[in-house]
Design a protein around this ligand. Structure first.
Ligand SMILES: Cc1ncc(COP(=O)(O)O)c(C=O)c1O
Length: 487
């Protein structure tokens, strides 16, 4: 090896070659989505692929160079669910806009430090611009602020901590703190309560209505009862689209309770919050602007790659109070003129060094324009109703299915009708077999959940329409495959 050879600094021609090979691979994968399966090789065969690609970490580069590396990646990515597929209706689909992937490439290559805005004021300003834009779209005013995090698990955690600091900062005694959410809230809410050092036993399960929405009257009654018992109600978490059924909690009525009882009102809009960008969604989400904080996931509703969540807080100072901290070794940054700075992400969230997430949002917004996002979201709402209408047509034609709830946003829960004296286990087995038959065709991919019924939990299928590449023909395909699978 020559004395001036530094293996971590390849020559430009080599980098260009890597880039060409890897970007061709990425583009081929994206191109294949339109005609490829909605799910890859998973289960036991997927584990075989995992064994085949697993390599010892060698002291020298992999033999075969970037081509061999890409081949391993191609195999590994064949053994997956495919959330960006147009036929993927499972869980919450994730599109992974290519413009955002380019943002990752650029920000990784630039690798500027964007934790403290003094170190990159203009890059931080671009990030602040997209956060401000999202806040205005959600109906928040000038005093609001926010932070981009990895997803809504962290956004909900930071919201819980902000609410906790607001209510209990003085003595740090959280033993009597009570949180309220419906049993349909995402499990990360309870996880956040635990991680925030709040008592999990004091999480109240508020009753739900027949469409799985939180019941505000039960909420008010439980808050009154807890206060009477000497406890300290402080936080209500409502869902703007539950993961299970897409249920949209009645935000205005919940806001009324929170106002009357001086409770922090947090909206988990991880899945549904971004619908605020289109006219119909804004109408549906009325009341969200009254929340103290809103979590929403650009990696869901704004079609970005996984790893982009957002927390917005009506009063940015409260978010800052809960997250800001200083360090001696940051004194050079503190000493610089801060008067015209964008907010420092590190002061509004748990991370210091972080990926430059702002570019993941900013670049697609600059390249596509906001209108493209609004139109795509409006389309997803229409597609959900298209699926719903198709489902009702199947039911009218005698197919033994039931629609469990109409779409509040873009998710539709449904299942086979239970037989007159059918045991719960048998009914559940029939629904589990149904989803297997639908998914085995690989044109569409659905997931199931379980929902409370009188004698337990009923396996329920669900279609969640949120892929940017999903259009009417894919919804029609899902209905056709459902009809075939029911038989
Ligand atoms: C309603 C809801 N809240 C929170 C989360 C957790 O978000 P993340 O996976 O981005 O951490 C999800 C994820 O699907 C969700 O649907």
């Amino acid at each position: 090896m020559k004395a001036d050879h530094h293996p971590l600094e390849p020559r430009r021609e080599e980098l260009e070659h890597w880039l060409a090979v890897l970007s061709k691979f990425a583009l081929d994968e994206v191109d294949a989505l339109a005609s490829g399966p909605a799910v890859g090789t998973v289960g036991r065969a997927g584990l075989d692929i995992a064994d085949a690609v697993s390599q010892p970490i060698g002291e020298q580069p992999l033999t075969g160079g970037v081509e061999a590396v890409t081949d391993l990646l191609r195999q590994a990515s064949s053994a997956t669910f495919i959330p960006p597929s147009p036929g993927y209706f499972a869980y919450v689909p994730g599109t992974g806009l290519f413009a955002s992937a380019l943002a990752d490439l650029v920000s990784g290559a630039l690798n500027r430090f964007t934790g403290i805005s003094t170190a990159a004021p203009a890059l931080c300003r671009l990030e602040a611009d997209v956060i401000d834009w999202l806040a205005r779209e959600c109906g928040y005013g000038e005093t609001s602020g926010g932070v981009l995090l990895s997803g809504s698990s962290l956004a909900n955690l930071s919201a819980v901590i902000t609410a906790r600091e607001e209510h209990f900062a003085a003595d740090g005694d959280y033993r009597r703190a009570v949180t309220y959410a419906s049993g349909q809230a995402h499990h990360c809410v309870e996880k956040a309560i635990r991680m925030a050092g709040l008592p999990p036993a004091n999480v109240r399960r508020v009753a739900i209505d027949s469409e799985y929405r939180l019941d505000p009257e039960d909420l008010a009654a439980q808050v009154r009862a807890d206060r009477a018992a000497g406890l300290q109600p402080f936080l209500v978490v409502a869902s703007a689209g539950t993961t299970n059924t897409g249920a949209l909690d009645p935000l205005p009525a919940i806001a009324d309770v929170c106002e009357a009882e001086s409770l922090w009102f947090h909206v988990d809009g991880a899945y549904g919050g971004a619908f605020v960008l289109c006219d119909e969604g804004r109408r549906l989400l009325a009341g969200m602007e009254r929340a103290d904080s809103i979590a929403l996931d650009p990696h869901k509703g704004l079609f970005l790659p996984f790893g982009t969540g957002c927390l917005l807080v009506r009063d940015a100072e409260k978010l800052r109070n809960a997250h800001s901290a200083g360090a001696h070794y940051l004194r050079d940054l503190d000493a610089l003129d801060r008067s015209r700075e964008a907010p420092s992400p590190a002061m509004y969230g748990p991370e210091l060094s972080r990926s430059y997430r702002g570019l993941r949002l900013w670049l697609p917004l600059m390249l596509h324009g906001a209108a493209a996002f609004r139109e795509a979201l409006a389309e997803k709402l229409r597609l959900a109703w298209r699926f719903h209408a198709g489902l009702l047509r199947l039911i009218e034609s005698g197919v033994p299915l039931e629609c469990v709830a109409p779409p509040h946003l873009s998710t539709i829960p449904f299942r086979l009708v239970r037989g007159a004296s059918e045991a719960l286990a048998d009914w559940n087995a029939r629904n589990a077999a149904l989803i297997e038959r639908i998914n085995a065709q690989k044109r569409v991919y659905l997931s199931s959940t379980s929902l409370p019924v009188a004698d337990g939990e009923a396996v329920t299928l669900r279609v969640c329409v949120l892929g940017a590449r999903t259009h009417a023909d894919h919804v029609d395909q899902s209905l056709a495959d459902l009809a075939t699978a029911v038989g």
